[in-house]
Design a protein. Structure first.
Length: 319
């Protein structure tokens, strides 16, 4: 990628897309194509085609997606499946039709079977049943991977797919109904500390294990792989380390300075027991994460604390 190449970041207002924009700008790329949903609805084939015809991007980062935590996913199956499929079909097909030099698709670690061996190797894709709480989203992301592989196989279109682990960082969704666990716990413990609450509730049993990657690291990997990787095989992007939800809760409570009790609401789902990525392929290509979990949580907490209070409850909310 040259610094003047035309680069379309689809989903530039989201957690991932905004981090990719920051990283591209940091590295001196000056010709970014960015569109809000109001300007270009990526679920509309005509709108996407018009955008590619007029802007003629050289490179595409496909980071636009309907995302949400364990509850949002299980409550809105049709929305998660339809919207993600529509965006993938429209953007990947238009990119190929309009001669894009390379497209990078951002997937998710939830594409792997619920009970696959850990750590999750890329070849475990489609070897078993999915975790039911997010299978709709996972099916859409698997379709995105297959679109990239199919367009590469049939048309020689250079499309690559990255599978990031659970991400967090500035710009995350802190809405308690639709967010993922890490921002939810930052908000719960911060509210608990401010209001002097005696107890804070954590969903599930606390025993599931999750791996967390700071979104700035993901963005760095995304730009690196766009420039250094060109193959049909998917690539996991993670840290290679995980933590139980109970330990994560303790860590966040101590970083936030909350000293009350932590109670577990076992009426809420645990989801998959473990979701740890094998990152050996990524390391062989030459990339490794840099931001440790504690450092990353501190920075995200700082960002959250500096938000105006009226925005803190709803920032990033998935409608
Ligand atoms: P997942 O990785 O797809 O399962 O998505 P989440 O990040 O939403 O949930 C991860 C784990 O954290 C699950 O076991 C949840 O039950 C648990 N968890 C604990 N407290 C919370 C919370 O307040 N919000 C969310 N979203 N998950 C929580």
């Amino acid at each position: 990628m040259k610094s003047t190449d035309r680069i379309f970041v689809a989903g530039h207002r989201g957690l991932v897309g905004s981090a990719i924009v920051r990283e591209l700008e940091r590295q001196g790329f000056t010709n970014l194509i960015l569109r809000t949903r109001q300007q270009t609805d990526l679920s509309s084939r005509d709108a996407v085609d018009r955008l590619f015809a007029s802007e003629k991007p050289d490179y595409v980062f496909l980071a636009a997606a309907k995302v949400g935590g364990i509850l949002a996913n299980s409550q809105h199956p049709a929305t998660f499946l339809y919207e993600n499929l529509a965006v993938e079909i429209n953007v990947i097909d238009s990119a190929w039709r309009h001669g894009v030099k390379k497209l990078e698709f951002l997937g998710s670690s939830c594409i792997y079977p619920k009970l696959a061996p850990q750590p999750l190797k890329e070849e475990y894709l489609l070897t078993g049943p999915l975790e039911p709480t997010n299978e709709w989203y996972a099916i859409a992301k698997i379709a995105g991977i297959k679109l990239c592989q199919a367009y590469r196989a049939q048309y020689g279109f250079p499309a690559i797919s990255l599978m990031p682990t659970n991400l967090y960082g500035p710009g995350d969704n802190f809405d308690l109904e639709s967010s993922h666990v890490l921002p939810a716990l930052i908000r719960k413990f911060e509210d608990g500390r401010r209001e002097g609450r005696e107890a804070v509730t954590v969903w599930g049993t606390g025993t599931p294990r999750r791996e967390f990657l700071h979104v700035d690291d993901l963005a760095h990997a995304a730009v690196f792989l766009m420039q250094n990787y060109d193959d049909a095989d998917i690539v996991n992007v993670g840290t290679g380390e995980d933590i139980t939800i109970a330990d994560l809760a303790q860590l966040i409570a101590s970083l936030v300075g909350y000293s009350g009790r932590v109670v577990f609401d076992t009426s809420k789902p645990d989801g998959t027991p473990q979701k740890l990525l094998d990152t050996s392929r990524l390391r062989r290509i030459g990339w490794q994460h840099r931001i440790g979990l504690e450092e990353g949580i501190r920075a995200t907490y700082q960002w959250f604390k500096e938000l105006p209070r009226e925005r803190a409850a709803t920032v990033g909310r998935v409608s």
